[in-house]
Write a protein that binds this ligand. Structure first.
Ligand SMILES: Nc1nc2c(c(=O)[nH]1)N=C([C@H](O)[C@H](O)COP(=O)(O)OP(=O)(O)OP(=O)(O)O)CN2
Ligand SMILES: [Zn+2]
Length: 122
């Protein structure tokens, strides 16, 4: 098995719900997102999946969150837009797009700052 990882980012605003403290107020982050996929086999060029394709297609999905107020997203209507919930949401969206006989999204790690991240995997 091969594990391939790409990193992308988005900037957005949110406020945590059911949270007591500063973060219940409107604020924003420049989130970094690490997407890891595993590949069973390589193609003739020695690639599990072309990083260009992985970055392009993951970027389209992740960019839907860019410069948005996350609490307005239907995915977070009844769910606090924490890094944990964002990582799960992206895992599910990216899995639907990428998973096939050869490729599986393994994990999505969402970095809220340089030193705090949440990772969703199954
Ligand atoms: N497990 C989680 N904890 C927190 C989350 C989260 O998504 N998952 N989110 C927040 C808030 O979004 C908040 O913006 C972050 O707060 P904090 O870690 O305090 O961020 P700071 O930039 O202020 O970090 P400092 O290191 O304290 O400067 C809170 N918790
Ligand atoms: Zn926050």
């Amino acid at each position: 098995m091969y594990r391939l990882t790409i990193r992308t980012s988005f900037a957005a605003a949110h406020n945590l719900i059911n949270y007591q403290g500063d973060c219940e107020n409107l604020h924003g982050h420049n989130w970094k997102v690490d997407v890891a996929v595993v590949a069973n086999e390589l193609d003739k060029a020695g690639l599990g999946i072309d990083f260009k394709v992985l970055k392009r297609d993951a970027g389209v999905i992740i960019n839907e969150l860019d410069h948005k107020y996350l609490n307005d997203n239907p995915a977070f209507r009844d769910l606090s837009p924490s890094s944990e919930h964002i990582s799960r949401y992206l895992y599910e969206r990216l899995s639907k797009h990428f998973n096939n006989d050869n490729i599986k999204v393994e994990s999505v790690t969402v970095w809220e700052s340089d030193n705090a991240s949440a990772c969703y995997y199954e």
